[in-house]
Design a protein around this ligand. Structure first.
Ligand code: AKB
Length: 313
């Protein structure tokens, strides 16, 4: 039987689906969901839930001891667009929560950690196309700075203290179960909701802003597969590049128009344009493919099909 797992930030966009997946894989009672606030009914009712502040070390330690937790998935974070508005709050949340979990692992109270990084670790001086695993990283956002620092700390804890920490650099994630909140790639989810509700969408990024994206099923499969891999296969202990698909808002609108011919998109770029312009357009994920067998399954048109089908209900 798998030892108990704690998910911190279980009510967010990734946390919700990760909780469902891990509960179906390891048993409802074995996966403790936690967040600073309660989540959707399905999540709350499918297994144990704890109200938990990711910045409170003692509170996390209590939950870890109470449930005899072995693995922690730390999904709580402030994303790129919100972090620009609240820089110190973002830094405190994103860094303190990571230190809390890394220190629990250092003290051998847990044995494995998953922590998400992001394409936001890259910056305006990074090669934009097919961005390599190791390259220039000069992030220009608060969120990106916190994720890049986090990556350095993960590698440090692995090398100095033997902490088994694993991470991927998620691209923008597209899902229908839970809305994203405060990200620069959120347009790629909002657009489907608005297409079905109003037949139109005003996009906060320009028509030709190409970004790396991924359907949530692929992101969850990548996460679980990385955590399932034997430790010796995981050569990168900062964070792995992970690719799914790349597209622009215009290409996404064209994909939606194949199903909703009257769909109209307009463009009103705001402060998030500058953030998007500092990120890669496409990602080289060959290390993840080679070392632990990563392979994406969803392209843009398949994602559109899934999103429209599920949101229509
Ligand atoms: C964001 O837009 O901030 C996130 C991310 C790419 O990490 N979705």
């Amino acid at each position: 039987m798998h030892k108990p797992i704690l998910i911190i930030g279980a009510c967010g966009q990734i946390g919700t689906e990760l909780t469902f997946e891990l509960r179906s894989k390891y048993g409802d009672e074995n996966v403790i969901a936690s967040d600073i606030r309660e989540g959707g009914e399905a999540l709350m009712q499918s297994g144990p839930f704890e109200l938990l502040d990711a910045t409170n070390y003692a509170a996390i330690e209590d939950v870890v001891m109470h449930y005899e937790i072995d693995e922690v998935y730390l999904m709580a974070a402030m994303l790129s667009a919100t972090a620009e508005k609240f820089p110190m709050r973002a830094w405190n949340l994103n860094m303190n929560s990571l230190f809390n979990v890394l220190n629990l692992a250092k003290e051998k109270k847990i044995s494995k950690v998953f922590w998400p990084s992001s394409i936001a670790v890259f910056g305006p001086n990074t090669p934009k196309q097919n961005t390599p695993q190791s390259t220039i990283m000069e992030p220009s956002t608060v969120y990106g700075i916190s994720k890049q620092s986090g990556e350095r700390w993960c590698e440090y804890y692995y090398k100095k203290y033997g902490v088994d920490v694993r991470s991927v650099r998620y691209p923008g994630l597209i899902s229908w179960k839970t809305m994203p909140g405060g990200g620069t790639t959120d347009y790629a989810v909002e657009i489907y909701h608005e297409a079905l509700k109003k037949g139109s969408y005003e996009c906060f990024l320009d028509s030709d802003t190409e970004l790396p994206m991924m359907y949530m099923d692929d992101a969850i499969r990548a996460t679980v597969s990385l955590m399932d891999s034997p430790a010796e296969k995981i050569k990168v202990r900062s964070s792995y590049n992970l690719a799914g698909m790349n597209f622009t808002p215009k290409q996404m609108a064209d994909s939606i128009a194949k199903h909703i011919p009257e769909f109209k998109i307009s463009y009103a770029p705001d402060f998030r344009q500058e953030i998007a312009d500092s990120w890669p357009s496409s990602i080289d994920d060959s290390a993840a493919r080679k070392e632990w067998g990563w392979e994406p399954r969803f392209d843009l048109d398949q994602t559109t099909l899934e999103m429209l089908k599920n949101l229509k209900g």
